[in-house]
Design a binder for this molecule. Structure first.
Ligand SMILES: [Zn+2]
Length: 543
């Protein structure tokens, strides 16, 4: 970034890319300091962002409720066992979406919850309590263990932490309040201490809302809904519990106006998204498998409590397959993240690095099914190594402004057009596959320049600089990749150390201890690291 800003200063005024993002923000609410906001050349100016909205079944132009700001809620993991690879795909996909929204200049509040109570199994038992009984642990001990494990995996995949990560057990009061609001509006009823959402009554008053996420017809739901233990208490089969009266064996229970019990699983996301993002917010995401019943019931609850749609855009990621088949533990067709990383699986011939796996996920659009095969992973690994090598070569290209006569060459236009295509891909429902294809085509220019099949004077210096900046921005900031060879598989450590050093430097500057501050800057400079103080905070770059 530092290099890029310095070089911009050397450009003639007509060459300085103009940035006219109408959604530019003026407040200083913190967002991730890792994501820089780039001025764009007019040729690659931001087009309208289009997002496929499950509610309408088509791509729509994205319009945030508050210009420049986005509220995004993604359903997080249920922490009763290790996170599975399908979940990793969902969270990596939303991480890329989050990163891109930050990159193009939005302030994003990204909320991803931790479900640590209320997720019922088919036999009506809380999954947290069930996990606890099996392992002879306290339910919160189980939740803590798997929350830590989940965070570890997310860090290994190099995902950014969400802005807020609320836990269901920390929001019982909000959930009780929401149950009361739904009761007050006459859309729920109490039976023996449990409270059920009255789906047919809701449907009669809000035609077309129930079924809008999953596309299911209410009549089908009457016959499809699986029998739960509490079925006999409900007025209708399609009704669902928003508060459950505890049974003697239930471990996680709270007082409520109706009984000692616990909230229904769907309620936590309605209550926590409302608390942190408002009654109606911009984007709600999750895996395809959550459309029904979870998201359908969430919409009903929010409508039932406040009379409005919770999110304007519903975004769903598609499923992972393994060798063309749905993953299933019972028939052995499954692979965990750690089995992928260690190679300890009958389905793979070797270990694959987390970044190769992340690149593999990026090679498919998030709405396509993604089939994990050993061949596919091997191809992704090769592609990942190649694109990283291309970036290293690109960054090493010399730029000699003296050779430049100020005209725009045909190669300039071709490269700018590829940059345009990369952004166009991302603006078209976050199509990472198209963006990667554009970067790879840019790579062929890089290789020609490196091997002198194309003279460096044939490309304008500022276009080369632009390509350097945008190529690395896509790889590291938008795609969330890390150069494993350059960092000896330890990019997280370097990042952590740099954060620590910059924190010490900030404290020194706050205390006007310029001696320490300068000493740190000089030592980093000697190590080839440049520190830049900007409006968005402190950033660093390798020279
Ligand atoms: Zn949810």
């Amino acid at each position: 970034m530092v290099l890029w800003i310095c070089l911009l200063g050397d450009l003639a005024p007509h060459q300085i890319p103009q940035y006219t993002n109408p959604q530019k923000n003026t407040d200083d609410r913190p967002t991730s300091p890792k994501i820089r906001r780039l001025p764009l050349h007019p040729m690659i100016e931001q087009r309208p962002l289009k997002i496929y909205n499950t509610l309408s079944g088509k791509k729509e132009e994205f319009r945030p409720i508050t210009p420049g700001h986005i509220g995004m809620y993604v359903c997080g993991p249920t922490v009763y066992n290790d996170v599975h690879l399908g979940n990793c795909r969902t969270f990596c996909s939303f991480d890329t979406i989050y990163r891109y929204l930050l990159h193009i200049g939005y302030k994003v509040r990204y909320v991803r919850n931790i479900t640590d109570v209320g997720h019922l199994t088919d036999d009506g038992e809380d999954r947290m309590a069930k996990g606890a009984k099996i392992a002879q642990l306290e339910p919160m001990e189980v939740a803590q263990r798997y929350t830590v494990g989940f965070h570890d995996i997310m860090r290994i995949f190099n995902t950014l932490p969400p802005s807020i990560e609320p836990r269901a057990t920390g929001h019982i009061l909000e959930q009780i309040e929401m149950v009361q609001q739904i009761l007050d509006r006459g859309l729920a009823y109490e039976r023996n201490g449990s409270v059920y959402f009255d789906v047919p009554k809701f449907d009669a008053e809000n035609a077309g809302v129930y079924g809008s996420v999953s596309g299911r017809i209410l009549e089908d739901l009457y016959t499809e809904t699986r029998e739960l233990k509490s079925q006999e208490e409900k007025k209708h089969q399609a009704d669902f519990a928003i508060w459950m009266k505890a049974r003697p064996q239930d471990l996680m229970v709270w007082n409520s106006p109706w009984s000692v019990g616990f909230p229904g699983w769907h309620l936590e996301c309605s209550a926590m998204s409302t608390k942190y993002l408002g009654k109606t917010f911009d984007i709600h995401g999750g895996g395809n498998d959550l459309k029904f019943p979870h998201h359908e019931n969430e919409v009903a609850q929010n409508h039932g409590a406040c009379g409005c749609q919770p999110a304007n855009y519903w975004v769903h990621t598609n499923m992972l397959l393994l060798n063309g088949k749905k993953m299933s533990k019972s028939d052995g067709n499954t692979i965990s993240p750690s089995e992928l990383f260690t190679g300890d699986s009958e389905h793979t011939s070797k270990p694959y690095s987390p970044m190769a796996v992340r690149f593999f996920m990026l090679m498919a659009h998030y709405r396509s099914t993604l089939d994990i095969t050993d061949d596919g992973l091997m191809a992704a690994e090769k592609g990942f190594i190649k694109i990283m090598e291309t970036n290293r070569l690109l960054q090493s290209l010399p730029v000699n402004a003296r050779d430049f006569d100020g005209s725009e060459t045909e190669h300039d236009r071709a490269i700018l057009s590829l940059i345009h295509e990369a952004y166009a891909g991302m603006d078209d429902d976050f199509n990472t596959a198209i963006a990667i294809a554009s970067l790879n085509e840019m790579g062929s220019f890089v290789h020609k320049l490196i091997h002198q099949q194309l003279a460096i004077s044939e490309v304008s210096p500022w276009v080369i600089e632009r390509m350097k900046t945008i190529f690395s921005s896509f790889l590291f900031e938008i795609f969330g990749l890390a150069d494993e060879s350059a960092t000896s598989n330890d990019s997280g450590t370097v990042e952590g150390l740099m954060n620590l050093i910059l924190e010490i430097r900030s404290q020194a500057r706050e205390q006007k201890d310029w001696g320490t501050s300068d000493k740190i800057r000089d030592a980093l400079s000697a190590a080839g690291i440049t520190v830049k103080d900007g409006k968005e905070g402190v950033s660093w770059a390798k020279a």
